[in-house]
Every structure is written in structure tokens, then in C-alpha cells.
Write a new protein. Structure first.
Lengths: 95, 182
């Protein structure tokens, strides 16, 4: 499996570390209700289809990357730097 | 004060030669990690240009004699072989000279040696002279540059110098044995 790092280009999966669902990056605001923290820490969707994950380019450029992949087809449809999240997702290379 | 012996990272380990390929330690040079301060990218790039270098794009290394800049991550690069005077207002800098082991692997077959350890396409068409990559040397983090057609510069954390030399020498011996058997 290969993942397209927006900085380094297409790299081997061994260079990356999987962190989890991309909602980890959406930390509740200070003073958020306990339910929001419970949701943030423990509750995850389990979609049959498109999902977003956080990957860390550990053995590469140390960038945090948001990977959009399909749990049914295993296709990776897009990758982007976590810092670019507010911009629309750029279509990445198909693996 | 105890009297300490100054040693380079690969002291006593290098050079090694196998079948015309040589792995040697690079001359120790000042290594500075540089990251432009907010809004200072252009001014810092111009300051590097004035040194005959420049700000490297991802995957790039710009050299001027022994001095060079090597891309090392998002908004971050290594400045090697230059004393970064007068740059304090332009970039956040850290002296990492003693933190790295820098090695040079040269000779015919070096691509084949690295192919055993590095998960990248290092053929000259995909990784020409002036290319730089942060990638893995087996399980170690590495900064790799192609400095010549048949010469690569390898940087690993100093604490991993012996492991890196072991891995590279082992691969060199394997390639040398294959070449001899053909």
C-alpha cells in the first residue's frame, strides 16, 4: 500500500503511523459539555464507505496527513496536510 | 575537568570499501536546522540566495561548494556548511552539528545497495542529483541526498551511526558477493 504525502509524494506505508479517525483533530472547545468530551474520546462512526483518518509521516517529513479512504473498496481518494483542512480537499493520487 | 577525546560520529567505523563502493564519513560541518519566522519566508530566502544557496522546495537540496540547504520538512530545512550569521531575525535556528552522522556512499552499485534498505525509487530518472528525501534506512530515520550520479549523502541520528554503518556495510557486502558471482 502506498500513501500520497502532499509534501513528499507517494510513499510506502511503512513510513507512516496510523493514528485514528480524523475527528481526533476536532478537539472540543474549553468548557464544552461532558457529552462533547465523551463523544470526542470514545464514540466513533463505523462507516461502510468513505472515512477519514489521521496518519503521521513518521519515517518521512513528520507531517500529519488526513487520508480519505473507502472502507469497502480500500481506495484512497484524497490526502491533504492537516494544516490545510479548512481548504477543500484536493484529489490525491489513486493508489 | 576530565580530559575528553573529541570524536566524530563514525570514528573507528569508517571508511569501508566493497567491490569499488566506498562508505565514508563526511567532513564534519556546521549543521543548523532553520525554519523561517512567520512572514519572513521571502527575506530569509533572499538571505540564503545571497549565500549562493536558496530555500529548497520539498525534496530538494541546493548546493554551493560544500555549503548546502536540504529540505527537511514543512517550512523547515537544514543549512549545512555555513555559519548562520545575521539570520537571527529571519528564522528559528538550532545548531544540530553534533546530532547527526553524515556519510557518503559512492561507486558503482550504490543504487542497488540502497534499494535493499530504502523504500524509494532512487534511479537517476526518479531521484536525480539535487534530490533530497526524508525517508527510512531500514528502521532508521534518514535524510538522503543525491550529490552526484553515483554518490549519495546519508544523514542519520548520531546515536544510530553504528547501526547505519552495519546495515549499509552488510548490504554492500551482499551486492559485492552477487556481482562477483555473476
Amino acid at each position: 500500500m502506498r500513501i500520497n504525502c502532499p509534501l513528499c509524494g507517494t510513499r510506502d506505508r511503512r513510513e507512516f503511523t496510523y493514528y485514528g479517525d480524523a475527528v481526533y483533530a476536532n478537539r472540543p472547545a474549553e468548557g464544552a459539555p461532558i457529552e462533547a468530551w465523551d463523544d470526542y474520546l470514545h464514540l466513533r462512526d463505523n462507516p461502510a464507505g468513505e472515512t477519514r483518518d489521521l496518519w503521521y509521516h513518521e519515517l518521512g517529513c513528520s507531517a500529519w496527513i488526513e487520508v480519505t479512504r473507502n472502507t469497502v473498496t480500500h481506495e484512497i481518494s484524497a490526502t491533504r496536510l492537516l494544516t490545510d483542512r479548512k481548504k477543500p480537499a484536493k484529489r490525491g493520487k489513486k493508489t | 575537568m576530565p580530559s575528553l577525546i573529541e570524536k566524530t560520529a563514525c570514528d573507528g567505523l569508517l571508511p569501508v570499501t566493497e567491490a569499488g563502493m566506498t562508505l565514508s564519513e563526511c567532513v564534519p560541518l556546521r549543521i543548523t536546522s532553520v525554519a523561517p519566522l512567520a512572514g519572513k519566508d521571502r527575506a530569509f530566502g533572499a538571505a540564503l540566495k545571497a549565500m549562493g544557496l536558496g530555500w529548497p522546495k520539498p525534496g530538494q537540496s541546493l548546493a554551493n561548494g560544500e555549503a548546502k540547504t536540504v529540505w527537511s520538512g514543512r517550512d523547515q530545512a537544514f543549512l549545512i556548511g555555513v555559519t548562520p550569521d545575521g539570520l537571527d531575525d529571519l528564522a528559528a535556528m538550532t545548531d544540530q552539528s553534533d546530532g547527526w552522522a553524515r556519510m557518503r556512499l559512492e561507486g558503482p552499485g550504490t543504487e542497488a545497495v540502497l534499494a535493499r534498505l530504502v523504500p524509494l525509487d532512487l534511479r537517476a530518472t526518479a531521484f536525480p542529483v539535487g534530490s533530497a528525501a526524508r525517508t527510512g534506512l531500514n528502521h532508521m530515520m534518514m535524510v538522503l541526498c543525491r550529490t552526484e550520479d553515483a554518490a549519495f549523502e546519508i544523514m542519520v541520528f548520531r546515536s544510530m551511526a553504528a547501526s547505519a554503518v552495519h546495515e549499509l556495510h552488510h548490504a554492500m557486502k551482499a551486492i559485492a558477493a552477487r556481482t562477483a558471482a555473476l
